[in-house]
Design a protein around this ligand. Structure first.
Ligand code: SF4
Length: 206
């Protein structure tokens, strides 16, 4: 594995959503914007003021640059709330265009941000939140051992896939493919058809 290889924090969400999507974007360097990604980009531009603010005992840092040497990550977070206490309480907040999900994709990205903050500022981050634009709701996230383990597994998987340079086959979840910005480039149905034809040919050679 390339020890100098660094991953963007946002790439973790691509990997967690679909390793093929991650490979298409970060190995093959293709990108197609759809309504979901465009709305997400506009939302992040709106909150990306970069201005820190103090309100009572809480400091709000926006567009904070993040880095982890241990996990070889780099990126930016939307908002870091720091509550003056002894010790101070660090609370990452990520903005998302959609609504809360059962799957852990968004929580994994937030946890990876927490890992970076812990390394950069020598602190412990035990909770954070994701603010969902569509439902105007702030969803609390506990940065516990289970989420940390899932996040580290995604980081390691993404690094390994990037180092391999290979693009894996489509995932089985067709619903996820329908919401994917890369569906036209990826052509998962064509891949699945070809794959099942190969399988039938293997079973019944002519
Ligand atoms: S269309 Fe489906 S298989 Fe292809 S990249 Fe998107 S989610 Fe993955």
């Amino acid at each position: 594995m390339d020890e100098d290889q660094t991953l963007m924090l946002s790439a973790l969400q691509h990997y967690a959503y679909c390793p093929r999507q991650f490979a298409l974007i970060h190995i093959e360097q293709v990108w197609e914007e759809n309504r979901f990604t465009a709305e997400g980009r506009v939302l992040h531009e709106r909150v990306d003021s970069g201005i820190a603010e103090q309100r009572r005992s809480t400091r709000y840092e926006r567009s904070v640059l993040l880095q982890s040497q241990r996990f070889r990550l780099t990126g930016k977070m939307d908002l870091l709330e720091i509550e003056e206490d002894d010790p101070p309480r660090y609370f990452p907040v990520e903005y998302k265009r959609g609504k809360p999900k059962v799957e852990a994709w968004d929580r994994i990205q937030l946890c990876a941000q927490a890992l970076c903050i812990e390394e950069m500022r020598s602190v412990q981050v035990s909770e954070g939140a994701i603010w969902y634009w569509e439902v105007r709701k702030r969803e609390p996230v506990v940065i516990d051992g289970v989420l940390r383990a899932a996040t580290i597994a995604v980081i390691e998987g993404a690094h390994a896939l990037l180092a391999s340079g290979h693009t894996p086959p489509p995932i089985e979840d067709k619903k996820r493919c329908r919401a994917c910005s890369l569906v036209d480039l990826c052509e998962p149905e064509a891949f699945r058809r070809d794959h099942s034809a190969d399988y039938i040919n293997e079973l019944f050679p002519q």
